[in-house]
Design a binder for this molecule. Structure first.
Ligand code: 13P
Length: 255
């Protein structure tokens, strides 16, 4: 499979960090550092920071995403934000099915599927997260878990719609722990995801889809991870909150 056929995407996932004023400041630091990036650069920020992030990125190569969306366009869903609302304000990316949403907020494979459908229907590019728990890896069922999560989420998504889907492999045991998957482990699962896409949609779609790695990716290990044939970018948590570190990862993906 030819890596040149797809664009590398480095996306920050800020999680529950930064006020709007802090968001503006961080983006203003990031902008000049990534302006010549050879990859796509996205910052996924808390809902309350979206307006500030959109304003700070006008006319730049930095794109703005949300960290979740609801599947209904509107209604009695206290505390939720719909994909339609995100689209209406000019947001272009959204993270779907992050393990923290699955673990702490009750997201399931089926709700992830519904959120993905809504994101695609609203023209957003979705970053679909999949990943195994440590116990699952130790039991030797990583590939089954990843295949099931991916297959259910993509149910009903056409080959054309798949062009707006990025898949992020994020082993749960590597998130925020400082324990990165080895480059080989990351590539092995990313390749399994691409093989599944080939089974479901064919080789052309598999060649085209961007499959990121996420989980303690940082300025020091990014280059080795991103050099893997099936790692097309990264979803970055902690290191995306520091402009120099985030820019170093963008630079590593631009090579
Ligand atoms: P860390 O980079 O902080 O491990 O977080 C990864 C992640 O969850 C990105 O979505």
């Amino acid at each position: 499979m030819n890596k040149q056929l797809r664009k590398a995407v480095i996306a920050g996932n800020w999680k529950m960090n930064k006020t709007p004023a802090q968001a503006t400041q961080l983006i203003n630091e990031i902008k000049p550092l990534v302006k010549d990036a050879g990859c796509d650069v996205v910052v996924c920020v808390p809902y309350i920071d979206l307006q500030a992030a959109l304003a700070a990125t006008v006319g730049t190569n930095v794109k703005v995403g949300a960290e979740n969306c609801h599947w209904e366009p509107s209604g009695a869903f206290t505390g939720e934000i719909s994909a339609e609302m995100l689209r209406s304000m000019g947001v272009t990316y959204v993270i779907i099915g992050h393990s923290e949403r699955r673990t702490y907020f009750g997201d399931t494979d089926l709700t992830v599927k519904k959120r993905l459908r809504a994101a695609i229907d609203n023209g957003l590019t979705a970053i679909l997260c999949v990943g195994e728990y440590l116990e699952q890896r130790e039991q030797g069922i990583t590939a089954e878990v990843i295949r099931t999560q991916t297959k259910i989420a993509l149910g009903g998504i056409s080959e054309k719609e798949l062009e707006k889907v990025i898949i992020a492999y994020e082993p749960v045991w590597a998130i925020g722990t400082g324990k990165t998957a080895t480059a080989e482990q990351a590539n092995e699962v990313n390749k399994a995801i691409r093989d599944l896409i080939c089974e479901l949609y064919g080789k052309a779609a598999a060649d085209k889809i961007t499959v990121q790695y996420g989980g303690s990716m940082n300025a020091g290990n990014a280059q080795e991870l991103l050099a893997q044939p099936d790692v097309d970018g990264g979803l970055i948590g902690g290191a995306s909150l520091k402009s120099a570190d985030f820019a170093a990862i963008v630079a590593a993906a631009s090579k």
